[in-house]
Unconditional design. Structure first.
Length: 315
């Protein structure tokens, strides 16, 4: 159900949950000051209790009231990428953020979205938690129709049209060796490395250490995500021309395929990332039980994120 900005602000201040647009994906938003609305987000999404939420801000003043300290190179990152699809894991100021939001961790993910409507809502309401507007495990919602599919046509949605990026924010964690990616997203490792001057891809040891923590550092680390009901099969060796549904790319041939769903053009990777969740949801709309996914492409830039999303959806 489409609502106006003023109504979204009213509902959020009243302790209710509203879907709001951002440049990445739509978020199920709740005021950071509303424990009942935060609890409602977990119930609506059927989200695991140990899966933390990201806090969205509209100003540095809002952030300073929440964060204890700022790691090395923090200012370089926010100068380069905020407002934008970059989330930074930061140490929480004592008592500033409910444990329900951080899943009991001493840190919290914070970002400033690059979307005028989202920023105006946050200015009027205050900091929001806003995980992706979808049922846990499903592809994220990138337009009003996706939210209505998951939560019904009466669910309040501040409609901002299709999301520009169509992919969640990249999340960085301040490890001992420097900032490291803990969730790939709309900003590529290469873009961040240009700013910082060192690799932000974590080592196998760092990844193993994060997996051994009692709760995930951030969303998207531990659980099955981005997945349609259809079973996805990755890799050319699993296709070999057998009749099946194929998720593929412009300019490629898929002999004997029952149906080909085009993910985009590999010459223009953003055409793939921006529409990936829409195509994954299309599988379920068409009642497709299984599909082969063409993963024969170079895993660089935003395509690294695309491949990671496909791997998580097929896990």
């Amino acid at each position: 159900m489409r609502i106006e900005l003023s109504e979204a602000v009213r509902l959020l201040k009243a302790g209710l949950v509203v879907a709001i647009p951002t440049e990445t994906v739509y978020g199920l938003a709740a005021s950071l000051q509303s424990p009942q609305a935060i609890d409602q987000i977990y119930r609506l999404k059927n989200r695991p209790d140990d899966n933390p939420l990201i806090v969205h801000i509209a100003s540095y003043d809002q952030m300073r009231s929440l964060v204890k300290s700022f790691p090395l190179d923090f200012e370089r990152l926010v100068h380069a990428f905020w407002p934008g699809p970059l989330t930074l894991i930061l140490p929480v100021r004592d008592g500033a953020i409910p444990d329900r939001v951080t899943a009991g961790q001493p840190t919290v993910g914070i970002r400033m979205p690059a979307h005028d409507t989202a920023l105006e809502v946050i200015r009027q309401v205050g900091p929001l938690v806003a995980p992706s507007a979808n049922l846990s495990g499903k592809p994220s919602g990138t337009c009003l129709e996706h939210i209505e599919d998951d939560f019904g046509i009466q669910f309040p949605v501040l409609d901002g049209g299709p999301c520009e990026e169509g992919m969640e924010s990249t999340i960085l964690y301040p490890a001992v060796t420097g900032w490291k990616i803990v969730r790939h997203g709309a900003i590529s490792a290469e873009q961040i490395e240009t700013v910082l001057g060192y690799s932000v891809l974590p080592s196998a040891e760092e990844v193993a250490n994060w997996k051994n923590l009692q709760a995930p550092i951030c969303p998207g680390q531990r659980y099955r995500h981005y997945a349609p009901r259809a079973n996805l099969v990755l890799g050319y060796e699993n296709y070999r021309g057998a009749p099946t549904v194929v998720l593929g790319f412009l300019g490629r041939s898929y002999p004997n395929a029952k149906k080909v769903i085009i993910l985009g053009d590999l010459e223009y990777p953003e055409s793939i990332s921006s529409g990936l969740y829409d195509q994954l949801r299309l599988l379920d709309h068409l009642g497709i039980d299984s599909a082969w996914v063409d993963c024969q492409f170079t895993s660089e830039g935003i395509l690294r994120t695309v491949l990671e999303r496909l791997q998580r959806a097929a896990s």
